[in-house]
Design a protein around this ligand. Sequence first.
Ligand SMILES: [Zn+2]
Length: 401
Amino acid sequence: MSTSLLYHAFNIKGVEYRSTCFLGKSIIFCTEMTNKFITCPCCKNRRAIFKGQKTRSFKMGPLGRKQAILHVLLHRLQCVACHNLWWPQLPFTDGKHRYTRSFALTVFDLLRFGTIKDVANFLHVGWDVVKEIHKSKLQRLYKRMPIHKIKYLGIDEFSLRKGHTYMTIFIDLQTGRIVHAVEGRSEDDIQPFLKQVAKKARHIQAVAMDMSRSYSSAVAKNLPGVDIVFDRYHIMALMNKAIEKLRREQQKNLDADDKKALKGCRFLLLGNYDSLPEKRQVKLNSLLEINKPLFAIHSMKEQLRLLWSKPNREQASKFLEQWCFDALAAGPKPLIAVGMTLLRHLNGILNYFPHRITSAAVEGTVNKIKTLKRQAYGFRDMDYFKLRLYHLHHQGYSLTG
Ligand SMILES: [Zn+2]
């Protein structure tokens, strides 16, 4: 080991190499502070003498299969001009941290491949050290969110804990980045961020969301003139919920044999008919033949799917109105309920056509969030959790098309 190797491998500067010792699973490099990089904090004079000393050790990260540790003999300095005394800040570490910057970068790199716990075990440090390193790096990265470029915004929610705690996320639909996250899903919860968007995102054209009233009314209030698009994904999800409801109702009233026939069919009914393998299509067909209400609702779902392939708003509008009337006329109750809901939201659904945005991939993000929640051991630190959400984007993709 040498001073220059310390510099090139670990970006350690301001010290001179003295010796190496080996202690269990650690390799310790003993060094001494040099009088380079010295400036008096009082008078900016660059000459000082040593006055007192202490030793400090810093974690440097792995070297082969051992942990490298840096021992530094630190000198207190006295300015030759103004006699000011001070302990200098070493140029390879921040604040009072007992690890080097290169160690922090190693932690950050490793977190791309493993959980906090994995990395902490690998580097022989505490969970909290890894977390704090990650948090402060992410804080620097996401201090400023590029919301001024947003053209299309997606709003969606997910549950934080089992039960009733929700979090709302805002996604730039062109980059797939989560640009903001807030606890709660009420109008009051999301207004502060929408106000920021109104101020900064001058080119915003549309916001995609589900049909919940709190989102749409908050957007209408804070972003007047911006189109609200009720999202295709959420509409199909609503339709699938209705099918599931009907299937359950039907199941209750059937005799044992028919019950059995219906039991394994949940995913048959919810899937996209065209993408089912032929064998499953046959099974579904025979089920629908014997069950009229399910047949009605299923064929209406397949119809509805065609809405988004219409070439323009005008044709889509005709198609959707007809669909809603058919739904109301055809009955079963859950289908009527969907028809009524869509009728109430016609304008927002049809707003898809000038913009052609969908937050379907927001759902992909929600899946990543689920993985994140599992990794995160509860996440009592909400600020850190949000930062990790913002950081999900480096697996980002475009959500417009
Ligand atoms: Zn001085």
